[in-house]
Design a protein around this ligand. Structure first.
Ligand SMILES: Cc1cc2nc3c(=O)[nH]c(=O)nc-3n(C[C@H](O)[C@H](O)[C@H](O)COP(=O)(O)O)c2cc1C
Length: 168
């Protein structure tokens, strides 16, 4: 079984356990690296051509605008053949109660069809919110498995639970 661990994540200022803090590496990226190391999968970072600001408030505005306008932002062009993978782990943070719009761009750009998808999600209190129901609609012909849902502020404490989730 060959696995791909694709994720969207953002370093910079974020809301961490009740205050704004600068993260050198995004929470979802940390989780993606933990997953890839457990399942020996290939890592793939989903990057927007024009990334959101590292300033928290500006990023919130930009991400909100993309959601309300249903913008699917162009991604940095990278080689990726999804057909060579049996399983896709797909990771994202929750933005405004759902997944960042770059996930739509990823699904469309790389033609994510007929796959088994294991979502992994980081958030700061709202849980998976409406991300999974939206993902099921966007990937209607794929099988969406039970997501791994983690609080970003405590990301390094999930190793054991991750191993259990991947084993199952
Ligand atoms: C634009 C934006 C919107 C967010 N919206 C939510 C939200 O609706 N619910 C929530 O629990 N956390 C929200 N968060 C917090 C992130 O989901 C959380 O910090 C996540 O771990 C960030 O992942 P990253 O470091 O990989 O980018 C938001 C953060 C940003 C920057």
């Amino acid at each position: 079984m060959k696995s791909l661990v694709a994720y969207f994540s953002r370093a910079g200022y974020n809301w961490v356990n009740g205050e704004k803090k600068e993260l050198q590496k995004g929470n979802t990226q940390i989780l993606a690296e933990m997953i890839a190391s457990i399942c020996k999968g290939d890592l793939f970072s989903i990057e927007m051509e024009t990334p959101y600001s590292s300033d928290y408030d500006t990023c919130c505005e930009q991400a909100h605008l993309d959601i309300t306008k249903n913008n699917h932002p162009p991604l940095v062009d990278k080689e990726l053949d999804l057909d060579s993978y049996d399983v896709i782990y797909l990771g994202f943070p929750i933005y405004w109660g759902t997944f960042p719009m770059a996930i739509f761009s990823f699904i469309e750009t790389y033609k994510l069809h007929n796959k088994v998808i294991y979502p992994f999600i980081t958030h700061e209190g709202s849980g998976q919110a409406s991300s999974i129901s939206m993902l099921k609609k966007a990937c209607y012909d794929s099988e969406i498995k039970k997501p791994f849902v983690a609080v970003g502020s405590f990301i390094s404490s999930y190793q054991k639970q991750l191993e259990e989730w991947i084993k199952q």
